[in-house]
Write a protein that binds this ligand. Sequence first.
Ligand code: GLA
Length: 740
Amino acid sequence: MPILYYEQQKIFKLDTPHTTYAIQVTKYDFISHLYYGKTIQDLDLSYLNEPFCWDLGNAPVENREMPVSLDRLPLEYPCSGISDFREPALQILDDNGQCVCDIRYTGHRIYPGKPGITGMPATFAGTADATTLEIDGIDPVLNLKVTLIYTVFEKLDAITRSVRMTNQSEKNIRLQRALSLCLDLPHEKMDMIHLSGTWSRERAVQRHPLHSGKQAVDSLRGASSHQQNPFIALAAPHADEDQGEVYGCSFVYSGSFYAEAEVDQFRKTRLVMGIHPHDFSWLLAPAQTFETPEAVLVYSDAGLGKMSRTFHDLYRGHLIRSPYKDIKRPVLVNNWEATYFQFDTEKILSIARDAAELGMDMFVLDDGWFGHRDSDNSSLGDWFVYEQKLPGGLKHLVDTINQMGLKFGLWFEPEMISPDSDLYRAHPDWCIHVQNRTRSLSRTQLVLDMSRPDVRAYLFERISAILSSANIEYVKWDMNRTICEPGSAYLPAERQGELKHRYILGVYALMEQVLQAFPKLLLENCAGGGGRFDPGMLYYSPQIWTSDNTDAIDRLRIQHGTSYVYPVSAISAHVSACPNHQTARTVSLKTRAQVALCGTFGYELDLNQLSQEEKEEIKEQIREYHQYNDLIRSSDYYRLGDPFHEEHWDAWQFVSKDQSETLFQYIQVRAETNAPVRRIRLKGLNPALRYTDSATGKTYYGSTLMHAGIVIPGLWGDYAPYRLHLQSVPPTDPASCQTK
Ligand code: GLA
């Protein structure tokens, strides 16, 4: 049983295959944290709670007999206004305008399986895959019931957490913050790792030692953001890809978030994560319940690589629901960088004709097919086909493309409205705005108030009408600006603080409705590139456009950082034109394809401009995609290089779950004259198995490949690629006993 309760000590022990998480209900019924880390056997861990406290006026206690100050006690869900002065997870305002909240244990349940969260994405599991603990607590003065929910996965070192709270009183309670997780760790000697960036430079790995006080990453933009990803890891200072303790924490949410590590006066570290409190206030009326989004904890005793692989397995197996999750995605060509807004039916068909000839599977029509949209100045919200641009409409276009043997996909940006649109002229109140204040434009657009049922009903009607009008099998769901001047003409004054959370709940509700109506649809999320690349979105779409930066060399960093949390099967990557449209860099077609192969594969360039030689190369790339994608999509991923610290090369490796096959990929980022011979140790292989190099037929033991390594052959020029594909020799094959 992965979760046990020891009645006498009042200790909960949550075990995953290699970790233990322990909670104790203390004297006076505080729900206290005892331990999280590598598996331990002892049951009675009460000794871990500190035995004494110097009560010198700065650490109040409830009474003289109380063994420890709350300011020292590790707590599972600390509240505002009590004598724990660290960052609270729950902050309220009662109807007297006071903030004190004090939750004490009242009971618990342990059951197989995992509950969902109403209206929100969450990891899922069957009764055989997971066990859940719900700990109930109450503030008896407020009559606020709080339930802490922990799910332990049978086969993964991951624990999910969320919180449900119910107002059992007769009066309103205002939630000022309701975070999803608090984790009190017993020491401070850790590095904080997070993924920061901006548009076209998403998810750069940042690492710095924790210091006394608070250090945070967050988004106030109404989306998880380009700037900070909802992920934080605390790692031992010596931890690297392969060794050292790492606590990874990822947030299954797509709106504004907050993640903070606080080193306190006793040199302990509190980690909290949840909806950004600055953006949030929720009126909990009598009998109402509020549920927080889910936070995921992953512990690794073997560095960042193992942490990432656990996140990948969890998200591939227990978060992504799409029917496409375990199958090869269509190789697509997207016309955005090929034409931008300047296209007509003939141009689209001529690209599609080339795509079909080259062996691609799908054509995706990007922005510019609706309203009267010839630039980004108009028409968002007017989801009607731009007939002058596409005579005969979508049906004619899609049928013709289908006849070529290609599927068809379409771009939408449902959450937005252009001031120059019929929708805005009819419903100027439907956008997020504050009366008598500027409605700030970004990309000449405003954000629709997704908390409004009428807005969602309009969007569903329009999206389903378009999707039903032709055989559209894929949607790229874009979102190109963040929210400012948050105000809703729909919500009453006392609920305006709920807007940003209700906005994202509205987005989730609409996506769910679209997917229920079109269950076979392949949905790809996008937000000005990778501005909403988060676990919440993976619940709806198995893949997310990673960045508007399609430069293969910049993508090394972007995809490296993204892989900290997200599986390669979700990382959308395309081969684009050269010189690259974002960086003007020239990179060979071969290298561009090698980098794009490490994601969902596609093309984003004008195929009509290609030479015959390039077309032949692309046919070969598509053949390689079909050869390797099953491995790439489902394997264990190993980062071998570090493009943030090594300027000369980057490399990574896919290893099949049964260790019978591996694909190693290498890019010589910057050539050196008289360069050293580079030897790289492979990872994750079976040391006792023999592996054959598919290109040369040479055979090596896994131990040789992992300890002595492989030698990178001399490569010519910047950005030169190299690849090695190895397959284990079947043990029954007598030739396996000899090196060729
Ligand atoms: C965003 C997306 C791009 C493209 C444009 C269209 O920037 O990230 O891929 O779809 O919008 O306007």
